[in-house]
Ligand binder design. Sequence first.
Ligand SMILES: Nc1nc2c(ncn2[C@@H]2O[C@H](COP(=O)(O)OP(=O)(O)O)[C@@H](O)[C@H]2O)c(=O)[nH]1
Ligand SMILES: [Mg+2]
Length: 315
Amino acid sequence: MNDVRQLARRVEGGDLSAVARAISFVVDERPGSEELASELYRRSSSVHKVGLAGPPGSGKSTLTGRLISYWRGQGLKVGVLAVDPSSPVSGGAFLGDRLRIQDHAGDPGVYIRSLATRGRVGGLTPTIFGAIHVLEAAGFQKIIVETVGIGQDEVEVAHAADTVLYVVTPGLGDEIQALKAGIMEIGDIFVVNKADLQGKDKAVADLRRALAIGAEASPADGWAAPVLATSALTGEGIAALGEMIERHRDHLDSSGQRSRRLKDQLRAEVSLYLARRISRSVEKRLTERHLSALVERKTDPVTLGQELLEARGAA
Ligand SMILES: Nc1nc2c(ncn2[C@@H]2O[C@H](COP(=O)(O)OP(=O)(O)O)[C@@H](O)[C@H]2O)c(=O)[nH]1
Ligand SMILES: [Mg+2]
């Protein structure tokens, strides 16, 4: 697979068109994508990944733009993966991404890509890990994973990111109190964005109170999730947020949780891969004759499933 090796070398050289091509390869699972993925993974190392979750409209994309500029100011290369429930060529989310792409157009230290969830209801696209590894191999030093803020993807981003920001707005004051337990647990840093609007102090106070109650209920990991106010519109609070993200990363390193999280991410990646591969190969064996036998109740879905799995093992 010479072209694959060549593509891998170009990715490692930081060539953005190669990065784009490699991500398409991996995400679309084209022939050669597995060779590409393993080649890139073995020759790269893990990068700090920051996940952005929170309701649609809370300002995640705008904040992403601010964080890109903040890290670019420190000379860091920044890659962004935006999970998009629609196809990458239609829908509002992509329009927003396009605006941001133009902001950083021509900057070889920034790469922004939206990934369709391919009809999955919520949840991260299973191939997001492959896309992350491409960015790692290309030498990006910060990776942002922006979620849509609908359904499962909010919780699942915790399987792909080291530091999860949960973004709300002052207008969501009442909803903050009703934040689902799962969200309280995945947020490493809570951000009250749109601090230029009214009600930010109350929102920050409400959120702090809710988090304090939650912290009593769940065992401490040595990190009390802070609440910060930002305005992605004016830039207020962005530097403080950037510093807090670094502080969380230092905490992950010094507490040993960085490798724990990395292992959890890799476990999720391997199990998603296995689930895809096994179901595909087993489903291939499911014939019309099997289905008829089920209809006639000569067998049952569990027994048939077991037989198909065993037949696969023997093959
Ligand atoms: N007033 C104000 N508007 C903001 C701020 N951040 C984002 N917005 C606006 O809120 C809307 C939604 O922002 P977007 O970043 O697309 O939110 P997302 O859906 O969470 O990604 C856009 O019209 C933004 O211009 C902010 O800090 N203050
Ligand atoms: Mg967005």
